[in-house]
Design a protein around this ligand. Structure first.
Ligand SMILES: *Cc1c(COP(=O)(O)O)cnc(C)c1O
Length: 356
């Protein structure tokens, strides 16, 4: 039986990514050496990094004037690096969940912060709207996809101050206008590759607002000047990301992937709305295309464990919801095929027949 990995992160990767990375770990380009043991300064690795950057820029249509970095430390290190580099007067944050709150918490170490809005009152089940960002803020920080609650900002918002976005869990899931952002970052382990590498897309102009003397390893300028090789980059995760990018290109690019993502989410949300046993937790207009959160409706609340066991027998793995929301969360990232979603939906239908 084929198993489908619905885990939230680390999460499903294309079979292609896994196979190609395994080959390179055993023997890179027929060199007789493993990807794990070659120098990051070798011609082989320099070519890998250069191709990763070129392909990422091509697929996401990153305009000129932006740098692309692959760093360590996860998205969580960016929570600290961003204010360390760019918070001079005050920084504005939109608080849409645990990750956004963590980003805000780190910023407070470096200066004044403004929480422009929060959806905490409803356990983050919606994206606040109609807030005002102070015109004198150094930047405005948003989390485009809230992995735990299944809410997502679906459009590239206009911001008068530099816009900074954590896109850990929806990068490359839709076409976007990168030019509206000053900085985009995320851990690779949801939509791109294994854990251990963080992508940072940064508008070079933003660097002009960096006025402080700060430690080199936390300084974006140092990383850019050294072409992402200020220190040893995570070579194996970067190689795996490159394979995922190739997989996306073969599929027809991000626009094609977006169509599939919309279709996948629609199949699942339609079933959640139709099925008497389940109900969605996020407000409809803000529903995420990547993390689909749902619970059992009142009369069936005691059947959670039974449903989990039932789906497991069909090959569905990892749909337990985050403890702060409960119920279920099906993460249907880029690499999840439509068949996987269909297996889950069929199980939901079958379970309803048994219980209603
Ligand atoms: C998973 C996740 C993070 C944390 O990433 P790390 O790489 O573990 O630091 C941050 N933000 C969002 C939106 C996430 O989904």
């Amino acid at each position: 039986m084929k198993k489908y990995n619905f885990n939230a992160g680390p999460s499903i990767l294309p079979e292609f990514t896994i196979q190609e990375t395994v080959k390179a770990i055993q023997n890179l380009n027929g060199s007789g050496f493993s990807l794990m043991e070659i120098s990051h300064r070798s011609k082989d690795f320099e070519a890998i990094l250069a191709e990763t950057i070129t392909l990422f820029k091509e697929l996401l249509q990153i305009p000129d004037g932006y740098s692309l970095l692959f760093l360590g430390g996860g998205a969580s290190l960016q929570f600290c690096m961003i204010p360390y580099n760019f918070l001079n007067t005050k920084a504005a944050y939109l608080n849409t969940g645990v990750w956004a709150s963590k980003a805000l918490k780190e910023a407070k170490f470096f200066g004044e912060t403004v929480e422009v809005a929060t959806s905490k009152d409803k356990n983050f089940n919606y994206i606040p709207k109609g807030y005002v960002v102070p015109a004198d803020a150094d930047y405005f920080h948003i989390t485009t996809n809230n992995t735990i609650y299944g809410t997502e900002i679906h459009t590239d918002i206009d911001s008068k101050v530099p816009l900074i976005a954590d896109m850990s869990s929806d990068i490359l899931s839709r076409t976007m206008d990168v030019s509206k952002y000053a900085l985009i970052y995320g851990g690779a382990q949801k939509n791109l590759g294994p854990a251990g590498v963080t992508f940072v897309i940064i508008k070079n102009e933003l660097l002009k607002s960096q006025k402080k003397q700060i430690p080199s390893i936390l300084d974006y300028k140092q990383h850019i000047e050294n072409d992402s090789m200020y220190n040893t980059p995570p070579c194996v995760p970067i190689y795996a990301c490159l394979q995922t990018l190739k997989w996306i290109k073969n599929l027809g690019g991000v626009a094609e992937l977006e169509k599939i993502n919309i279709k996948k989410a629609q199949i699942l949300y339609d079933e959640i709305d139709r099925n008497k046993i389940f109900k969605g937790t996020a407000v409809k207009e803000d529903r995420s295309l990547m993390n689909v959160c749902f619970v059992m409706s009142e009369p069936f609340a005691a059947l959670e464990d039974e449903f989990m066991e039932f789906t497991k027998k069909k090959g569905v793995v990892g749909i337990k919801g985050h403890r702060s929301v409960g119920g279920f969360r099906a993460s249907i990232y880029n690499a999840m095929p439509i068949e996987g979603v269909q297996v889950l939906v069929d199980a939901m239908k079958e379970f309803e027949k048994l219980k209603v």
